[in-house]
Design a protein around this ligand. Sequence first.
Ligand code: NAD
Ligand code: MG
Length: 411
Amino acid sequence: MTKTRHLTILGSTGSIGESTLDVVARHPGQYQVVALTADKNVDKMYEQCKQFHPSYAVMLNPQSAARLEDKLRIAGLDTLVLSGIESLEKVASLPEIDTVMAAIVGAAGIRPTLSAARAGKHILLANKETLVMAGRVFMDTLRQHNATLLPIDSEHNAIFQSLPHHFNGDLTESGVRRILLTASGGPFHNVDLDVLETVTPEQACAHPNWVMGRKISVDSATMMNKGLEVIEAYWLFNAAPEKIQVVIHPQSVIHSMVEYIDGSVLAQLGNPDMRTPIAHALSYPERMESGVQSLDIFKVARLDFEAPDFKRFPCLRLAYEALAAGGNMPAVLNAANEVAVEDFLAGAIPFTAIPAMIEHVMKSTERQEVTDLEGVLLADAQAREQAHSWAASHARQYIKQTGRPSSLSAR
Ligand code: NAD
Ligand code: MG
């Protein structure tokens, strides 16, 4: 690689953020980390500043920013510490950077990611929620400002790698019959359906193959993650929902496939380690070492495939419905899911209430067109309000049924 890339990493203290820094550290001189951002994790951010000497470190939380500043000053480091959402937007669009890793979790990622798009940056997109909430707005913004996008989500990165180099957004023109989007099925793929009522956050976060943040781990357990990924694929590859087949593949070795009209099926395989798609996107169109072990194909030995069970995973059905409805509905789905997952992780609602809450919020929201960021943020806020009030009434029911306290009753 010839030119040094100048990076902002949004969400650097998270699972994707740390994997990105791990890859970057393997290639000294090729990448300069200009800005790192996080919500509250001061200790991890401090360690990252010591190792990578960024010009900026942004903590969303002002108290965390003040603590980080103290620690950096004592250590004699001159990283400029900022806080707040405007600072996240600022470091995503600095003139001295060319590339932004968008790895904030959830709807919180939308404003900084859009800021990077408006500044015409090269965006490596892990924050799938931005595309789910604001697919049209985000894709239009990219085009208007000549920003470029590469997918980090392992499935979409695999699809990108399996599509022709000249892919121009028209699957039919490229001879693609369909996309096979693989899913591990998560930790509850085989458990009895009545067990789902009582599963704990720890069980839900114990993903069989991937180590990830807690929100996406729960999304994998409900398969909402795959639902969000269907919507993500729709926007990234201009793929009609009927051209996207979800395939349960418990080994998570094939990261997705593309089937062509001549019957060829191209796949990308590898160990389930996010450093592969991260290194691919960082070095594209070249290749570089990622630290990922060679795939031991003999140890893998077999690859299984099953059709998804929509009864076991109602979140997948809800995501297809939101995509078909369009307008505000994907943002509503995403917001209700974020509230439901938070409440489940806080022990306030049972696992099975996650799809129930989302379905309730979707049914009680009128479909509307959204044409700008304000419209998306409004749909998001209204859906959150609906979800909170549903959760509050459900929490009372939950206490009655189980005799267990719900943390929501304190809210
Ligand atoms: P994580 O929870 O491990 O990390 C999230 C990061 O975002 C942290 O740095 C955190 O400080 C920051 N953050 C959280 N809330 C914030 C807020 N309100 N404002 C600003 N920053 C905030 O999450 P993760 O697993 O790394 O996932 C990040 C994104 O990547 C998600 O959108 C997820 O769906 C996607 N993704 C993750 C994986 C994976 O393997 N972890 C795989 C594919 C896609
Ligand atoms: Mg994925």
